[in-house]
Design a protein around this ligand. Structure first.
Ligand code: ADP
Ligand code: 5GP
Length: 202
């Protein structure tokens, strides 16, 4: 039994966190991996909820222990996905979603070639900039660095299976749900889920 693995990437500010939150509200069958990071928590973020916040030595120790399915340096901080959590969830047949950058997506795809990649684009560069500053959670210098990094991230869009343009939030959220639902209807998944029906019909 194996759940689906969804990899969601986007330049910072495109709306990835918002869209994933809306997906979780409408879909109880999917779990989002909580990454480890050396980035300090933003106001309102809680250890163990948005991220496991760790210092650099603790992160490096986890690399040495081979605890990460993937890890990368993003915007000057380290981020990594727990290998054990992802493998346990998927082995139990549950769907898992990773919110990671393109470097992590490449590594995760190597471990799980059947993973479904989804890239979220903003409707314009101007919208991306105003969403980043409008969020009001990052200092100006961090925002400038993230805008500069956005183009580098977006150059990897072709490595993903699906692209959502997050203009209207409602439509983008429906599109994300549609991708998740379609993945569950893939023949191999349906065969597994409805083994008795397949056996009786074929
Ligand atoms: P990311 O996780 O990709 O960095 P967020 O989900 O934090 O981005 O979104 C960045 C900001 O943009 C937030 O303030 C969010 O409320 C806003 N936002 C997200 N999607 C839309 C949208 N479709 N239209 C307008 N604002 C949006
Ligand atoms: P933020 O600091 O805004 O939460 O995230 C910054 C970037 O780090 C985003 O592009 C996000 O997808 C990425 N990121 C978050 N967690 C992970 C992770 O576990 N691995 C990798 N490779 N990137 C991550």
């Amino acid at each position: 039994m194996s759940g689906n693995l969804f990899i969601v990437a986007a330049p910072s500010g495109a709306g990835k966190t918002t869209l994933v939150r809306l997906l979780l509200e409408s879909d109880r069958q999917i779990g989002v991996s909580v990454s480890h990071t050396t980035r300090p928590p933003r106001p309102g973020e809680e250890n163990g909820r948005e991220y496991h916040f760790v210092d650099l030595p603790a992160f490096q120790e986890k690399i040495r222990q081979d605890d990460f399915l993937e890890w990368a340096r993003v915007h000057g901080n380290y981020y990594g996905t727990s290998k054990r959590w992802v493998e346990t969830e998927m082995a139990a047949g549950r769907d898992v979603l990773l919110e990671i950058d393109w470097q992590g997506a490449q590594q995760a795809r190597k471990a799980f070639p059947q993973a479904i990649g989804i890239f979220i684009l903003p409707p314009s560069m101007a919208a991306l900039e105003s969403r980043l500053s409008g969020r009001g959670t990052d200092p100006a210098e961090t925002i400038a660095r993230r805008i500069a990094a956005a183009r580098d991230e977006m150059r990897h869009v072709d490595e993903f299976d699906y692209v959502i343009i997050n203009d209207g939030l409602r439509q983008a959220a429906e599109e994300l749900q549609a991708i998740v639902r379609a993945a569950r209807l893939r023949c191999a998944n349906q065969r597994r889920r409805h083994a008795a029906l397949f056996a009786s019909l074929l």
